[in-house]
Design a binder for this molecule. Sequence first.
Ligand code: C5P
Length: 226
Amino acid sequence: SDKIIIAIDGHSSCGKSTMAKALAQALNYTYIDTGAMYRAVTLFSLQENLWQGDILDADALCCKLPSLSISFERTEDGELHTFLNGKDVEKEIRTMEVSGHVSPVSTLGFVREAMVAQQQAMGQQKGIVMDGRDIGTTVFPQAELKVFVTARPEVRAMRRYKELQEKGDKTSFETVLANLTERDRIDSTRAISPLAKAVDARILDNSTLSIEEQNQLLLSWANEVI
Ligand code: C5P
């Protein structure tokens, strides 16, 4: 049957990318991580020293944005990595430093316009699973399947905390919890395409689901639609 567009939106750190990746693999679809794109712009802003404390020089970022290119490429490990101006930045964009600066960057209209345009171009041939915050509401409002993922904040923070610990990152549980709560707050209250459940999205709360269970549920939803 025909290929469709699957939009997966939801709160921070609730395993959207894990489930989106698994679903894309099961369906032989392309997985696109839009959070990685906002993270890459944020990394760029940090590398270019556009921050003074918590304040970003948005005008300077706007001027430099045309010289920034983001792409996804499969690397030797068989995984899709995020590239910023030709350089593999997959690791750098996952640090707490970037997580702590990404939400303000994502409020900027000129950043969103550029990212959304690229995302829409990537989805033109369908057969994609795209995860983010505004995919079902703004990027692909016509997506055939929309899922809104959430879980209790403490559950999400514990999962992310363990992940960081495994990477040798010593960030405390409280800091991780504060970061994701703050990102959710900024993401849900911004003026331009805030994080919101599309009216026609199905809710997936994975607070008490194993990864296997959530993947099964998601795949069964996809198979209902395809
Ligand atoms: O998905 P991830 O947690 O990596 O996204 C990082 C940040 O990027 C989010 O907190 C949000 O501020 C921003 N984002 C967004 N729109 C998207 C995807 C991510 O604003 N479609």
